[in-house]
Write a protein that binds this ligand. Structure first.
Ligand SMILES: Cc1cc2nc3c(=O)[nH]c(=O)nc-3n(C[C@H](O)[C@H](O)[C@H](O)COP(=O)(O)O)c2cc1C
Length: 249
């Protein structure tokens, strides 16, 4: 089974492509997270976890999901991390996660996909993003081939110091910077409620026809990038910036 977490669709794109090649299904973990159910998984299966890199490590939503789920011991676990340029300590995080959960760690692969963190970066043009996605396709195929053949991914280099520094950065960044207070819907908002459906953590509600953000946000950037009329802003950080519309745009 290919389990994925996504904000703007990069990781879903990668997960779906892998699932098609290995003849398996791609399942979003969003439903499991929002329902807070403990899903039941089957032994002797190969699991492929696909998630974005956040703050140089595997997105916390995926790590937390794996930690609280009852996977059978000894399952083979592959990790595929989508990043804009650098997945940092993700492999080390995943390896340690497998140790804790009793999984057989089959490795971590990195797939470069378009940047989506519009709060802190400028988004590339549609053309540039299309070229990044096109370049990713053969890479995804190669990794899927290894999974199909039951072969491990090549080991990644990550120094213990980098893992520790990343861990500390995540502990600070998530609570200090992944806040929702600066999200707001402008007068362009057409009350279509798409942001509600897009939020993988079910963290948006509606009040007076406008979205209101709760406090479970993981800054996945789905609402702000994929709003059909670009009516969502994050303070002054995002004013006038091009939105990233996902890998199929
Ligand atoms: C909160 C946040 C943190 C990010 N941190 C990193 C990072 O440390 N390194 C990196 O290369 N890309 C980083 N990115 C970019 C994403 O990893 C990348 O665009 C990813 O493919 C998005 O996947 P998605 O569309 O499935 O959500 C970050 C994006 C967000 C929203």
């Amino acid at each position: 089974m290919v389990l994925y977490f996504t904000g703007t669709g990069n990781s879903r794109f990668v997960a779906q492509n892998i699932a098609d090649i290995i003849g398996d299904k791609a399942v979003s973990i969003s439903g499991f997270i929002t329902k807070e159910e403990k899903p039941v998984f089957i032994a002797n299966e190969v699991y492929v976890f696909v998630a974005p890199c956040y703050v140089s490590s595997t997105a916390k939503a995926m790590v937390d999901f794996i930690m609280r789920s009852d996977f059978p011991k000894g399952i083979r676990a592959y990790f595929v991390i989508t990043s804009a340029s650098y997945m940092g300590a993700s492999a080390e995080t995943n390896k340690r996660l497998c140790l804790k959960k009793g999984f057989e760690y089959m490795g971590t692969a990195e797939v470069y996909m378009p940047q989506n963190y519009i709060v802190y970066f400028d988004m590339k043009s549609e053309e540039e993003n299309r070229s990044i996605v096109n370049d990713a396709i053969p890479v995804i195929k190669r990794f899927a081939g290894l999974i199909k053949d039951n072969k491990p991914f090549l080991p990644n280099k990550c120094h213990f110091g980098e893992y520790l520094a990343t861990n500390l950065a995540c502990r600070l960044f998530y609570p200090l910077f992944m806040k929702t207070g600066k999200f707001k819907a402008t007068e362009k908002c057409i009350s279509c409620r798409k942001c509600l459906d897009l939020c993988p953590l079910n963290n948006i509600s509606f009040n007076d026809g406008k979205p209101v953000w709760g406090n479970k946000c993981t800054h996945c950037m789905a609402c702000i990038n994929l709003c059909p009329v670009s009516a969502i802003e994050y303070g002054k950080n995002t004013a006038g910036k091009t939105r990233y519309k996902g890998p199929l745009s």
